[in-house]
Design a protein around this ligand. Structure first.
Ligand code: MRU
Length: 393
């Protein structure tokens, strides 16, 4: 299994994803600031993977502060947390994992443990978080593979695989599980400009597992769907709002609209750590904008004429109404998402009503967010546009 991120005695060992598929190079990082740089520079990317890396970043900060007083130890952890959380804003897994480590440190110190003992507890928790991520991906694979019929043509976007997690993957984990069950799959992967996560990473890891993959440029998705060549779309997520709106790699929204147009199921695979109950809807999700040079340049060379500017919006938000189902480690979740996601998070109805009082006053609001798919069947007539859809009136 590919292990893109692991905490070792020497430091955090990261597979440098910027160099794949040409080079398989590992970097060893020894400070939390170094981990933040690696996250920002895309050495490690993908929501769950940056969460696991950030947790290790806190463990490295704790290692460095183990001989300090409890008070200074805790301040240094807070400083590390701030730097790590600022590295990339959209994936909630990052802040979630950091907070988890801080909570463990607080509980340990409150119980009378020394800084050194607390540093050990934080380090153990960082290892556990990595293992839990792999276990949760395997569960998602089991749950989600029922949605992938034998012989399906599956369109995936970006890289939501082993490389984007601690191992196995979310969306690609589901394809791994379906493949392991003996299902034949045709996987189409978008190249995913400008970082080419599809071309470089998804293709690399699927080929290693013996799963065939066909690349398309991002703009080809509509043509492929209109020809009836896509049976389902399967993507990951960086943050899911309480109402089921999904932030994921830019281009996901386009695929969801196209999928609805063609009556094709659109599935999202994500662990519950990607759900942010604090964001009531997608408008509250911070969307990362990266440097324009990443669009204007290719392989270190400028490809746009001097004088041209560019936008690099790194993520977009797909409204819950376009999402057929969300596959989590807890099971398959469907609309109305306020209730189903809250229940997947283990929130009681009272807790959920407290978080979103307006939803409690109007519980039927999400009822018109109907899923489009018959889950285990191929789309009946994928070439026929769904003209009755409210989106196109
Ligand atoms: O910019 P990236 O490569 O970090 O974006 C990654 C994605 O958008 C993935 O689809 C998402 O993080 C889910 S990964 C299991």
């Amino acid at each position: 299994m590919i292990v893109p991120v692991r905490l070792e005695h020497e430091g955090l060992v990261l597979l440098d994803q910027r160099l794949l598929p040409q080079e398989e190079t590992y970097l060893t990082i020894v400070t939390a600031a170094g981990v933040a740089d690696a996250i920002r520079d895309m050495v490690v990317r993908g929501a769950p993977a940056i969460g696991v890396a950030a947790a290790a970043g806190i463990a490295l900060a704790a290692r460095g502060a183990r001989d300090e007083s409890a008070e200074l130890f805790r301040t240094l952890l807070d400083d590390a947390a701030d730097v790590l959380i600022a590295a990339r804003p959209t994936a909630i897994n990052l802040a979630w994992a950091v907070q988890k480590m801080l909570d463990i440190a607080d509980a340990s110190l409150a119980g009378g443990a020394s800084s050194a003992e607390t540093a050990d507890a934080v380090e153990q928790a960082a290892h556990a978080l990595r293992e839990e991520d792999v276990a949760s991906n395997r569960l998602m694979g089991q749950h989600g593979s029922v949605l992938v019929p034998d012989g399906a043509n599956v369109l995936v976007h970006c890289n939501a695989g082993a490389l984007a997690t601690a191992g196995y993957g979310t969306a690609l984990g589901i394809l791994r599980a379906a493949h392991a069950e003996g299902k034949k799959l045709s996987v189409y992967a978008t190249e995913t400009r400008p970082y080419l996560q599809g071309t470089r990473l998804t293709a690399w890891e699927l080929i290693r597992d013996g799963i065939g993959v066909t690349l398309i440029t991002d703009g080809m998705a509509g043509a492929l769907m209109s020809r009836g060549d896509v049976d389902l779309v399967l993507v990951g997520a960086d943050r899911i709002a309480a109402n089921g709106d999904v932030a994921n790699k830019v281009g996901t929204y386009t695929l969801a609209v196209l999928a609805r147009r063609h009556g094709i199921p659109f599935y999202v695979a994500a662990p519950t750590s990607t759900v942010d109950p604090e964001c009531s809807d997608g408008a509250a999700i911070p969307i990362e904008e990266r440097h324009e040079d990443e669009v204007l340049h290719f392989l270190g060379q400028r490809i746009a004429p001097e004088g041209a500017g560019a936008r690099h919006i790194a993520f977009d938000v797909t409204p819950a109404s376009l999402v057929s189902a969300i596959i989590t480690e807890q099971g398959i979740v469907r609309a109305p998402y306020e209730r189903s996601l809250a229940s997947a998070l283990g929130m009681t109805e009272a807790e959920e009503d407290e978080a979103h009082p307006s939803d409690a006053a109007e519980p039927a609001e999400a009822a018109h967010e109907t899923p489009v798919d018959p889950p285990t069947e191929k789309a009946a007539s994928p070439t026929e546009p769904d003209d009755g859809d409210e989106l196109f009136h």
